[in-house]
Write a protein that binds this ligand. Structure first.
Ligand SMILES: Nc1ncnc2c1ncn2[C@@H]1O[C@H](COP(=O)(O)OP(=O)(O)O)[C@@H](O)[C@H]1O
Ligand SMILES: [Mg+2]
Length: 378
């Protein structure tokens, strides 16, 4: 398939990719609901919910902009309610329905008048309409409610989009139960699904691509530290885009900087102290950490250290220091204790790939000085 690269896919919050991934089941469900309602000429109201950043907007917009025009002969109206007051929402609804139905524009500044105008325009629309209200919350739920009720009268359909917490609050109210015929919950993705989503977006937006390990590293970090939200991955890509498109090499430092928002809570810890605690009387663990981080310092565009490579690195390190070499089991125990202390992490892609989130320089310094201290004490 021919691809055109455009940074829109990173910078436009309403961007819809050619393909939406891993939502076939949900897309089928919603399509079936609207097909039944379309054929039997009744209105259907449905709420799409999930955690923020999971892909609710793209799901509803994919349905509205790709499925509806292909499958149904209907008007579509999308309104993002975020940061808008009720008056703004209703006037946007009125403007949009008039514009898709070619009805004359009128002006009003009073909520009731505006709503009446909207209602008239929606009722007289030549085709049936699918409305999407994105980002429903406590401040604007009444408007959604009103729209859902109206849609039943005029055989239109609505999709409300909100976070799962608000969904539970809203559907507790009896009048809300009435205006929600179906829910479409959107689950978070697995590591490999998130990887595919990030990969797809890189292909759509980075003219020169990105190294595989960079995509993997972003995916690992977002899975481990941010509940696998694709939004956070896309934000990281956004930060890398200017550098990558000007031909600069993206190294592991750059990726860490681009994802520091989600790892910062972990990075706040005092690594010197943690490493000291881990390394107390544990020479081998310090040595393993030193070998691992030295490698990452040397090879900035390598993000992971394979367990087998690490064994070799440790062997070299032991020779260098003139100490007896370590057994595989000793090395593995050291890795386990580093993982346990959240100093080292295993890739969700492969358990053999190890990575860090703190600058390797910091970790290496801490390990080295602690190792020297232990040596002095002997
Ligand atoms: N299944 C998916 N396939 C492709 N891209 C996705 C998918 N899910 C989410 N995304 C992308 O992740 C980002 C965040 O999604 P968005 O719909 O804005 O989240 P939400 O509205 O839930 O906060 C967007 O760039 C979106 O295109
Ligand atoms: Mg959204």
């Amino acid at each position: 398939m021919h691809r055109t690269h455009s940074p829109r896919g990173l910078f436009d919050p309403y961007y819809v990719p050619e393909q939406i991934l891993f939502r076939d089941r949900e897309m089928d469900t919603i399509q079936r609901l609207y097909r039944d309602s379309y054929e039997d000429e009744y209105g259907v109201n449905c709420l799409v919910h999930g955690i923020a950043g999971v892909g609710r907007t793209v799901f509803s917009r994919y349905f509205l902009t790709k499925i509806v025009p292909r499958e149904f002969d209907a008007h579509t109206v999308y309104v993002d309610a975020k940061y808008k007051d009720v008056l703004e929402i209703v006037s946007e609804l009125a403007d949009k329905i008039r514009s898709v139905t070619n009805q004359p524009i009128t002006v009003a500044f009073d909520l009731d008048v505006l709503w009446m105008q909207f209602k008239r325009a929606a009722t007289h629309a030549p085709k049936r309409t699918v409305f999407v209200i994105d980002n429903i919350d406590e401040a604007n739920e009444d408007i959604y409610l009103k729209l859902a009720r109206l849609s039943k009268e005029i055989n239109a359909s609505t999709i409300g989009v909100l976070n799962s917490h608000d969904y539970r609050l809203l559907t507790r109210a009896p009048q809300m139960q009435m205006s929600c015929d179906f829910e479409v919950p959107l689950d978070t993705y697995t590591q490999s699904q998130l990887y595919a989503i990030v990969r797809q977006r890189v292909e759509d937006t980075f003219p020169l691509g990105l190294p595989e390990d960079v995509v993997r590293y972003i995916t690992d970090l977002v899975c481990e530290f941010d509940a696998s939200r694709p939004k956070t991955s896309i934000e990281a890509l956004k930060a890398l885009w200017p550098m990558a498109s000007s031909g600069q090499e993206i190294d592991s430092d750059t990726v860490r900087a681009a994802t520091s928002r989600i790892t910062s809570a972990f990075l706040d810890q005092d690594y010197f102290e943690t490493v000291q605690t881990v390394g107390l009387n544990n020479f081998t663990t310090l040595l393993v950490l030193e070998a691992l981080t030295e490698h990452l310092i040397h090879y900035k565009n390598e993000t992971y250290v394979d367990r087998r490579l690490l064994e070799d690195l440790v062997e070299v390190k032991c020779e260098e220091l003139g100490v007896r070499s370590m057994t595989r089991e000793e090395i593995e125990n050291s890795i386990q204790s580093l993982i346990f202390q959240s100093i080292v992490f295993e890739s969700g892609y492969s358990k053999d790939l190890l990575y860090v989130i703190a600058p390797p320089e910091v970790l290496c310094d801490a390990a080295r000085s602690m190792r020297r201290e232990l040596a002095r004490r002997k």
